[in-house]
Design a protein around this ligand. Structure first.
Ligand SMILES: [Zn+2]
Ligand SMILES: [Zn+2]
Length: 295
């Protein structure tokens, strides 16, 4: 199992890699700028170099960048859409500069239009944002959503449609978020429901197109369409279901990234250890297993 968390770039992008190493991650996710502002600064060569060195030295792979939360590539409003396309192009450029493997994006909101039109807008915006750029190994991943408000991407079919439409012009695949699945009404909290959901992913997106799993428990109820993450094993999905998820032979080779809350210091470390414990890498009574120490 490759597991990691979303780490902070405070003080310089390279700190995201240092932090991931400190937490014992195999892989990690980061923002490449302030995720809640439109004015993103370009990354300096010095910081990108330090980042690439740290990441290589620690053997952290894959590296995933998550895009800005304000971006809405599906928007019916031409001003918001143009601004989103420009911002996403910058996201691609920064992810390339960092040597990242994946750039994860939420597909956006259909406010003011139909979901079908919003899906078409999103795919078209992705093509425009990437137009003329050499992605240099970077792949864009469309994340499924809880379906909160008018968010598109609540079903695997919607995500698959965007992937297919945009995929003609750029490398694009999917990121699946467990909390979003659960809130959207995919019953991953039961063994039968998990099997059914995996079959559904495979028949729509194709499991081979899922490159990252966001491993988050859910504070919100099943089918509530509310996006609220919880610590692994402490939410409505629960520890038993997460054990089935991390141990599932069809999922266990996909990198898991926790985007769990930090309510108190040490929560990231606890969530990673919980994931390893559920995967059987750490015995239930405590310290690291011989198997893991032996590599
Ligand atoms: Zn996520
Ligand atoms: Zn979420």
């Amino acid at each position: 199992m490759r597991v990691g968390v979303h780490t902070s770039i405070a003080g310089g992008v390279e700190n995201a890699a240092h932090q991931a190493k400190k937490l014992g991650c195999d892989t990690f996710q980061m923002f490449s700028a302030n995720p809640r502002g439109w004015q993103a600064q370009d990354l300096t060569d010095r910081h990108c170099e330090a980042f690439r060195e740290a990441r290589a030295q620690y053997g952290l792979t894959p590296v995933t960048v998550h895009d800005n939360y304000l971006i809405n590539l599906a928007s019916a409003d031409s001003f918001i859409r143009a601004r989103s396309i420009a911002a996403f192009r910058k996201e691609i450029e920064r992810a390339i500069a960092l040597g990242a493997d994946y750039l994860v994006t939420h597909p956006g909101s259909s406010k003011g239009t139909t979901p079908a039109q919003a899906i078409a807008n999103c795919a078209q915006s992705l093509r425009e944002a990437a137009d003329g750029l050499c992605l240099d190994g970077l792949m864009v991943l469309i994340e499924n959503t809880a379906g909160q408000g008018s968010a598109i991407g609540r079903s695997f079919e919607e995500v698959a449609e965007i992937v297919t439409k945009a995929g003609r012009d750029l490398p694009v695949a999917a990121c699946i978020d467990t909390a979003h699945c659960f809130a959207a009404g995919y019953p991953i909290h039961t063994p039968e429901g998990l099997e059914e959901t995996i079959r559904k992913i495979d028949s729509t997106l194709g499991l081979k197109n899922v490159h990252v799993i966001h491993a988050n428990d859910s504070k919100s109820a099943f089918g509530s369409h509310a996006d609220r993450h919880e610590h692994i094993g402490k939410g409505q999905i629960g520890a038993a279901a997460f054990r089935c998820i991390v141990c599932h032979p069809r999922l266990s080779s996909i990198p898991f990234i926790c985007e769990t809350p930090i309510d108190k210091p040490g929560d990231d470390l606890r969530n990673i250890r919980m994931m390893r414990k559920l995967a059987g890498e750490i015995p239930r009574n405590g310290s690291e297993s011989r198997k893991r120490r032996a590599g």
